[in-house]
Design a protein around this ligand. Structure first.
Ligand code: CUA
Length: 174
C-alpha cells in the first residue's frame, strides 16, 4: 500500500512539474515575442527567471528534506523496538504493555473494536507528541522514541459518542 501511494504521488508530482515546465516555456515565448521584447533583448529577464526558478527548486527540495526527515510516522520496526498494542473502544483504551522503556523505539499498533477513534499521545505537560487513527478492521502503526521518563497520557482525538471525553489512558515511560 505504501509503495502504491508513493508511486501515485510521484506520478502526480511529475504531472504538476510538467505543467510548471510548460508554463515556464510558454512565458519565455511571450517574453521573446510579446511586449517585453525590449527588456528581453538585454537577456536579463530570462537569466533572472532561470536563476529564480532554480533557486526555488533548491529551496523546495531543502524545505521538503528538512521537514520530512523527523516525520514521526515511520512505522518500520527495528530490532530493538518495543511493540505496544492499543485497542480503542467505546469508551476506553486497552493498551499493552502500559510501561515502556525510555530511549528505545516504540512501535504502536493501533486499532479499534467498534468505531473510529483518535490515538493521541501527550506529554505530562499536555503537549501533543503524535497521533494516529484507531480504525476498526485496520492496524495503524506509529513509531516513537520517548526521550524523557514520565507519565504520558493517551486521549481520544475523534468524537466517538457520549463518553468520548473519558477515553483517557496512561503510558508510563521509565
Ligand atoms: Cu474514542 Cu473519541
Amino acid at each position: 500500500m505504501q509503495a502504491y501511494v508513493l508511486a501515485v504521488s510521484l506520478l502526480l508530482m511529475t504531472v504538476v512539474a510538467g505543467a510548471f515546465w510548460w508554463a515556464v516555456r510558454h512565458s519565455t515565448w511571450v517574453v521573446r515575442h510579446g511586449a517585453d521584447v525590449q527588456l528581453h533583448s538585454s537577456g536579463h529577464v530570462e537569466s533572472y527567471r532561470t536563476g529564480l526558478f532554480w533557486a526555488l527548486v533548491v529551496l523546495g527540495v531543502a524545505v521538503a528534506v528538512a521537514t520530512l526527515r523527523p516525520w514521526p510516522y515511520d512505522a518500520s520496526a527495528s530490532e530493538d523496538s518495543v511493540i505496544v498494542t492499543a485497542m480503542g473502544g467505546q469508551w476506553s483504551w486497552e493498551i499493552a504493555p502500559q510501561q515502556v522503556p525510555v530511549g528505545r523505539p516504540i512501535v504502536f499498533k493501533v486499532t479499534s473494536s467498534d468505531v473510529n477513534h483518535g490515538f493521541g499521545v501527550y506529554e505530562p505537560d499536555g503537549t501533543m507528541l503524535f497521533q494516529t487513527q484507531a480504525m476498526p478492521g485496520y492496524v495503524n502503526q506509529v513509531r516513537y522514541t520517548f526521550t524523557k521518563p514520565g507519565k504520558y497520557r493517551v486521549l481520544c482525538m475523534e468524537y466517538c459518542g457520549l463518553v468520548h471525553h473519558d477515553m483517557v489512558e496512561e503510558i508510563e515511560v521509565r
